[in-house]
Design a protein around this ligand. Structure first.
Ligand code: ATP
Length: 194
């Protein structure tokens, strides 16, 4: 069973592309959602987050998102520290999930696929590309935040051109090219084991 990664910058349209693969019956692991869940359910991860970020990181056993966000989003080292705790646990969880799947291939969708080292556990990576201007517009609309805030989030991620160069396949989601035929082409390829 092929293990395919799916990545792209914020607002590129990874989630939408992942949903199209799902409509073709392909199982998708959403790494960002899984990481958020694991921060509340994995005892070892909870303990290490508390060790590094203090007891205030949890409130009545539940992750205190507001507190943690206020700490990591103004401090790059702290964000990297949090990621270094979360990523290995998510990679392990994704591996366990993959073993339970029965499909010609599976998709793992993650914003920080290369940054987290998850790439090493995958056979191929698809990138979703959209021009920065469009990504900013989409995220402003989706999350109700300013262009400045979106740009801040973009600046924390790997350079988009560099990211796409690392991908075996790139889906263009610029609202001019049709997306579904691009996904279908890849689906045919992966179903044939290529
Ligand atoms: P993030 O990294 O923030 O999770 P993402 O890469 O998963 O972002 P999506 O959530 O799939 O991106 O898309 C961002 C927003 O842009 C969503 O509101 C989505 O509906 C919209 N969008 C994405 N692609 C298109 C498109 N081709 N046409 C119109 N809207 C689109």
């Amino acid at each position: 069973m092929l293990r395919i990664g799916l990545t792209g910058g914020i607002g590129s349209g990874k989630s939408i592309v992942a949903k199209i693969f799902e409509t073709f019956g392909i199982p998708v692991y959403y790494a960002d959602d899984a990481a958020k869940k694991l921060m509340n359910t994995d005892a070892g991860l909870k303990a290490s987050i508390m060790e590094h970020f203090g007891e205030a990181a949890y409130e009545n056993g539940e992750l205190n998102r507001k507190y943690l966000a206020s700490v990591v989003f103004s401090n790059k080292e702290k964000l990297e520290l949090l990621n270094s705790l979360t990523h290995p646990v998510t990679i392990r969880d994704a591996g366990e999930w993959m073993q339970k799947q029965n499909a010609p291939y599976i998709i793992k969708e993650a914003a920080l696929l290369f940054e987290s080292g998850a790439e090493a556990h995958l056979d191929k990576v698809i990138g979703v590309y959209a021009p920065q201007e469009l990504r900013v517009k989409r995220v402003m609309k989706r999350d109700g935040i300013s262009a400045e805030e979106v740009m801040k989030r973009i600046s924390r991620q790997m350079d988009e051109e560099k990211k796409m160069k690392k991908c075996a396949h790139v889906i263009i989601n610029n609202e001019q090219e049709l997306v579904i035929p691009q996904v279908l082409n890849l689906h045919r390829l992966f179903t044939a084991g290529q």
